[in-house]
Design a protein around this ligand. Structure first.
Ligand SMILES: Nc1nc2c(ncn2[C@@H]2O[C@H](COP(=O)(O)OP(=O)(O)OP(=O)(O)O)[C@@H](O)[C@H]2O)c(=O)[nH]1
Ligand SMILES: [Mg+2]
Length: 467
């Protein structure tokens, strides 16, 4: 049996208009070469989107037109033929000029089209329309292949109306698509347009949409699994050191604490790697913002607020524990936000001490077991710690899940901006707390509890990637 053919599209246009960026974003592939220099792409290259070993479609990245006028002149100088034979003229052009370096770029871009690929013509609609594009579009029309145009807005100006009036003469479909900011929904919407290009492709592209939708959900599921496992591992982790003397020295203790913290930082790096692999962003360049173990970091008002613990609640918790002495809660909550802010700043340490947050880990010295002593650090007792880990992991995962594969800029992790969004309400927090408590005590966690926890994380992750 012949292998099933999948839809193919050649992404073509002027140099430096975002062709490679569009290929990269639609093929979910960060290995496509993109640069702000015309002529970056010099040879055609197919980027198949492969899911579970099957190619669902393939996009050809191509060099930009260089000598469009010469080629059109050649085509027009031939004996006139009826429309059904015009593609043969293009084929003759390719055959006759294959070794001519002057037409290398055009031959590269026309070849996949002549072999059956649909055309995606890319323009930068932040620049005005001009007659020079007509030559390119005329050549494409000679191929007779199904075609659509994409309006990419690279700069700030918007000439889309002008472009639409012109492109309407050459393409049945004209769509706006920004390869840098495109969401999953934008990707699907563009595929839906592509499905209308040719009857024979409609079914295949509909299947591709289904496969991509399933793949997206699968990536979300894998992300949640990775995060939940990360929390479980970090919260239950213990660093155990054998010591020789009766009592651990300060040096031994701080060395053990250091190893314990290094392990948790490493564990977080690993889950980040896992998330990068899931979302196919393995080559991402980022400025890291490592997990810190200072008290403020672990009990910050920022991390509290995204997990449904409002500033007021934070103070109330502290006040009810007596940390604020005689100060009334109403006086605090009703005060100006400036006052509130400075008060929180001032009381965090106090609240921390009062509720035992200063005591970050269990440090135990186990007695004479088979002639050895063991110094144990962990599990982490800080109540806020799992929320800090969760916040950081969800933030990183949502950035990657939303990130277009066409972006090449360095990712700066600015957790502070993330903490403005509340992602968990108090009901959800209760569910999370059940599991955290068990893990902190080193107790068994039931299937149901784990699943309920997963659902809460899933809900907030979905909300984050749709926002
Ligand atoms: N801000 C912004 N920049 C874009 C957009 N699309 C492309 N670019 C940038 O424009 C430059 C050219 O993008 P490419 O995708 O390499 O363009 P190309 O058409 O493949 O270029 P050649 O291969 O040289 O013909 C790169 O610096 C991209 O980052 C966009 O929608 N917005
Ligand atoms: Mg390119």
């Amino acid at each position: 049996m012949q292998p099933k053919l999948y839809p193919k599209f050649a992404v073509v246009g002027h140099p430096n208009k975002g062709k490679s960026s569009i290929v990269s974003s639609l093929a979910l592939d960060d290995s496509v070469q993109i640069a702000n220099t015309p002529g970056t792409t010099q040879v055609k290259r197919g980027f198949p989107l492969v899911v579970d070993g099957k190619t669902i479609y393939e996009l050809f990245d191509t060099p930009g037109f260089q000598r469009a006028r010469r080629i059109l002149a050649w085509l027009q100088s031939q004996e006139p033929v009826t429309a059904d034979k015009r593609a043969d003229l293009v084929k003759s052009f390719i055959t006759q000029h294959r070794d001519d370096p002057r037409f290398h770029d055009e031959i590269e871009l026309l070849e996949p089209i002549i072999e059956g690929a649909g055309i995606i013509y890319v323009v930068d609609a932040s620049k005005p329309y001009g007659a020079e594009y007509e030559t390119e579009m005329e050549i494409l029309r000679y191929t007779g292949q199904p075609s659509m145009a994409i309006l990419n807005l690279i700069g700030d100006e918007d000439y889309r109306e002008q472009w639409k009036r012109a492109l309407g003469h050459y393409f049945r479909l004209v769509r706006t698509f920004n390869p840098m900011t495109a969401t999953f929904q934008d990707h699907i919407a563009l595929l839906e347009s592509m499905a209308q290009l040719k009857e024979e492709w409609t079914e295949d592209i509909k299947t591709a949409i289904q496969v991509l939708t399933n793949l997206h959900q699968q990536k979300i599921d894998q992300t949640i699994d990775a995060i939940v496992t990360h929390i479980q591992k970090s919260l239950t982790y213990q660093e155990i050191q054998t010591i020789a003397t009766d009592k651990a020295t300060k040096v031994e203790e701080s060395r053990a604490i250091n190893r314990y913290q290094t392990h948790l930082i490493q564990q977080e790096k690993e889950v980040e790697k896992e998330i990068e692999t899931i979302w196919n962003h393995r080559s991402i360049d980022k400025v890291e913002n490592l997990l810190a173990f200072d008290n403020v970091g672990l009990f910050s008002k920022e991390s509290a607020s995204i997990f449904g613990l409002s500033q007021k609640e934070l103070i109330v918790t502290g006040a009810s524990a007596g940390a604020l002495g005689g100060l009334g809660i109403d006086a605090l909550a009703g005060g100006s936000s400036l006052l509130l802010g400075s008060l929180i700043g001032g009381v965090v340490g106090g609240v921390g001490a009062m509720l035992g947050f200063d005591n970050l880990y269990h440090i135990k010295l186990l007695g004479q077991q088979f002639g050895r002593r063991e110094l144990t650090i962990g599990p982490m007792q800080n109540l806020n710690f799992p929320y800090v880990l969760l916040g950081r992991a969800l933030y990183y995962a949502s950035l990657l899940a939303k990130r277009s594969h066409a972006l090449r800029n360095t990712l700066h992790l600015e957790h502070e901006t993330f903490y403005t969004q509340q992602i968990i309400d108090s009901e959800m927090r209760k569910e999370l707390e059940k599991l955290h408590t068990k893990l902190r005590k080193g107790e068994e966690v039931s299937e149901e509890m784990s699943e309920a926890y997963r659902q809460v994380i899933m809900k907030s992750f979905q909300a984050l990637i749709c926002s």
